[in-house]
Ligand binder design. Sequence first.
Ligand SMILES: [Zn+2]
Length: 162
Amino acid sequence: MNNLIVEQANFIDGKRKYLICTNHKGMALIQPILEKLLSKNYSFDFVFIGFDSTPEQTKNNLKTWLQNQKMGSYLYLALSKEELKNLRPLIEEIGFFEDEVQYVGYGEMHSKVFCCRCHSLTQLKNLEIGSEMKCQNCHILLLVSDYYSTLYDAYLGNIANL
Ligand SMILES: [Zn+2]
């Protein structure tokens, strides 16, 4: 997931329709895209998530909105990295492929690493696959693998330097 989130939006030309979903903070990230769309007179839909929207409401509103879109639409989501991580399963469930969505994120993302020795979870900011970290419980040095367990919502940490 970390690798899927970009911090700067890239304009993808030539799509039939563009869908943009953002919030107050995400606006700055998506502004260049909006300007491109307006200057080219392209067709787009825009959804703004207000401060008072709960995660549940956001999910429901997004689902309804996206399910009513035609095939071939290109989606920009400009939200906090945490929100993007939480919304991704929904976006995939609705049927958007990886190359039809751009996740543009701000802020930090917390991910967990599962220690293969003591089976405890260590929370990390902005985790990087292939990097080394210490298990907070048994203090062994772990190598963060790209294996992600949906059961633990965590990446598997293998023992480093064996
Ligand atoms: Zn451990």
